[in-house]
Design a protein around this ligand. Structure first.
Ligand SMILES: [Zn+2]
Length: 234
């Protein structure tokens, strides 16, 4: 990798020495054992960055992935930012263009998913943005939750989408010290995700009011935890 390229696993790699086929511990160990046997031109200094680069797969994000232009620093911030675990996983799949929306599944396994239509509104094709944000039912939750917790007006669902895709955050309303905007947005996202799959697998209707109740309970829980951990800030 040339020095001017960010050290990020998701950046397309220029031609270079062969890459070990697996990320497993065993694979890494075998690679370390056999590395000295490679001809000298294929060797690189065994610095941590070089090892990490060699052990990462040849993997480039699809061009439509929202995170395709992200720098290594932004990805590092993604992993360091405090978020509910379930929402970080969902966001990673969204940002890397790998969220299993019905549009994607219809394209790759039409025998299993017979229509790209959203199973909640039953009108729009379910893209990844529609699945998480733009379905009219989910947009209503986002709007109401945003208006309750954030200080800036909710102009459109793009407010939410761009917060995640740019990894920059709107200010919270006063009175929510010790909670961060990504934590609040991640909590809302986690409630969406949970309600979505309860609808898909358990036939529980996606209810805007129930999702909002779930969001408010989760955020109250975060506040209570903060009160215990950081009593001086409240
Ligand atoms: Zn929909």
């Amino acid at each position: 990798m040339s020095p001017d390229l960010p050290d990020c696993a998701f950046v397309p790699r220029p031609p270079g020495p062969p890459v070990p086929p697996t990320l497993s511990w065993l694979g890494a160990s075998l690679w370390a054992c056999f590395f000295p046997l490679f001809p000298a031109p294929l060797r690189q200094p065994l610095q941590s960055r070089a090892i990490r680069r060699l052990l990462t797969p040849r993997y480039a994000l699809p061009s439509h992935a929202p995170g395709v232009e992200w720098s290594a620093a932004k990805w590092e911030s993604f992993w360091r930012t405090s978020l509910p675990h379930s929402s970080r996983t969902v966001l990673f799949r969204f940002l890397t263009g790998k969220l299993t929306s019905r549009s994607l599944l219809f394209r790759i396994v039409p025998t299993l998913v017979s229509s790209p239509k959203c199973s909640i509104c039953r009108y729009h094709d379910e893209s990844s943005v529609h699945l998480l944000f733009a379905c009219p039912f989910k947009m209503r939750v986002w709007r109401l939750a945003w208006q309750r917790h954030f200080a800036t007006p909710f102009d459109s669902i793009q407010n939410v989408v761009s917060s995640f895709t740019s990894w920059s955050w709107p200010p919270l309303r006063p009175g929510t010290p010790s909670l961060s905007a990504p934590l609040v947005l991640g909590t809302i996202l986690a409630a969406h995700w949970s309600a979505h799959w309860r609808h898909v697998y358990d036939d529980i209707p996606f209810s805007v009011s129930n999702v909002l109740i779930s969001v408010n309970k989760s955020i109250q829980l975060l506040r209570d935890e903060s009160r215990l951990l950081y009593p001086a800030t409240l």
